[in-house]
Design a protein around this ligand. Structure first.
Ligand SMILES: [Zn+2]
Length: 415
């Protein structure tokens, strides 16, 4: 009896450690290749090819409605109007102002979210007029992130045209306030946690994708001293002296290349006038890493330097955290079906995808909620966040087909 139980237990343990479906990227690539050769996928692809002019026209029309973070309503209304014509199962605004559209699956499949953010970094009132020349389209916001908004709209139309039915639900989320606080995505993933199997953020990107988010921490460090006139007794010195010493020492700290990390001191200030010692000398630090341990370690070393230099100059230190978002690294995400299928889709589309772990977009918010997530995009663009922003036009159509294939592969193939 005892022996039989232990044998049974052994078999149960063995089963629980043998996942039902562990496929390699090569196996997924074959499967995705076969999927892309299906007649209905070809019909969807042909729809994209036949509608280049219409896609470009709509892409420009959306871009020309400026949508600064927090002021997305006009653009959102326009996109909502388009979605209403697509016979979707649900189109609504959530409590944060995100526009959510659901294309239900036939059942038994995973829930896959694709997002693109509606907001831009440009000031309210900016008149945007796109121009096309030499195979490129120029307009502030054309790439970040309107190319991906348009890609999602075009894929929905293509899915409908080809009467493609997925097993899982496809949820399209057009988010607000990505460029500032991640409020839109933060709210969405918090409200829908437990209902989402995979989250794909479309932002930037074309040939590759990222599976983790880089942590970004911004600080303003102040040295506070007595100040005084240039001719007042010295020491005490101006609070700029410990500042200069501290900056020189911080730049001597070892910032690792792996895990990917960066440190920058970009802004500084002191007295308002030439003939005064600074009573408040400050500088900013932008500290980034894909490892929260690296961030914590550098934070500690910087704090020690500030303390030592303050003591040496007889002043005090005050640190303000301007903003802080941790590295978003989900254990197992790199080995997840999502990442493998994403790689397979890129390979099937003829890309040799760079796979990165230093994204900084809506994907991080999903990862921080424990949802497997990647970020990618539909086309190559330049000069994001600048008035000279521009995108190549032709590659977008291939990028849209890549997103379409990713939608079908994830909603139809996983599990
Ligand atoms: Zn963006």
């Amino acid at each position: 009896m005892r022996r039989r139980i232990s044998l049974l237990t052994f078999i149960l343990i063995l089963c629980s450690f043998t996942p039902a479906q562990v496929k390699t990227v090569a196996e997924y690539t074959d499967q995705v290749q076969a999927l892309s050769n299906r007649a209905d996928l070809k019909t969807a692809g042909d729809y994209i090819e036949r509608n280049h002019a219409e896609i470009l026209r709509e892409w420009i029309a959306i871009t020309e409605i400026n949508a600064p973070s927090g002021h997305e309503q006009e653009r959102a209304k326009y996109i909502e109007g388009l979605l209403r014509g697509y016979h979707l199962d649900d189109v609504h605004f959530d409590s944060a102002g995100n526009l959510v559209a659901v294309r239900k699956g036939t059942g038994g499949g995973p829930v896959i979210v694709f997002d693109a953010h509606m907001d831009t970094v440009f000031q309210p009132g900016l008149q945007i007029k796109a121009t096309v020349r030499d195979g490129k389209v120029y307009a502030p916001g054309i790439g970040d992130d309107t190319r991906n908004v348009e890609a999602l709209l075009a894929t929905i139309r293509a899915l409908n045209e080809a009467k493609l039915k997925t097993r899982g639900d496809l949820v399209f989320v057009f988010t607000v306030e990505e460029e500032t606080t991640f409020k839109g995505v933060g709210n969405y993933v918090k409200e829908n946690k437990g209902k989402i199997d995979h989250y794909v953020a479309l932002d930037g990107g074309y040939e590759g994708f990222t599976y983790a988010g880089i942590g970004i921490n911004w600080y303003r460090h102040h040295f506070i001293g007595p100040g005084g006139h240039t001719r007042s007794r010295t020491p005490p010195y101006s609070a700029t002296l410990p500042l200069a010493r501290a900056i020189a020492r911080i730049y001597e700290l070892k910032v690792p290349a792996s895990p990917s990390s960066n440190l920058n001191i970009g802004m500084l200030g002191g007295s308002e006038v030439v003939n005064a010692k600074a009573s408040d000398a400050w500088f900013t630090v932008d500290l980034r890493s894909t490892s929260n341990d690296v961030i914590a370690d550098l934070e500690q070393k910087i704090a020690a330097i500030l303390d030592e230099e303050a003591k040496r100059a007889g002043v005090t230190v005050k640190t303000d955290v301007i903003s802080s978002s941790p590295a978003a690294v989900l254990p197992g995400n790199r080995e997840s079906n999502l990442v493998k299928i994403a790689e397979a889709v890129h390979r099937a589309m003829g890309f040799d995808p760079p796979i990165g772990n230093a994204g900084s977009n809506n994907s991080s918010a999903a990862l921080l909620q424990g949802i497997t997530s990647i970020s990618t995009g539909a086309g190559p663009c330049n000069d994001s966040h600048a008035l000279t922003e521009n995108c190549e036009i032709e590659p977008l159509y291939r990028g849209i087909k890549k997103i379409l294939l990713l939608e079908v592969a994830l909603a139809g193939l996983t599990q």
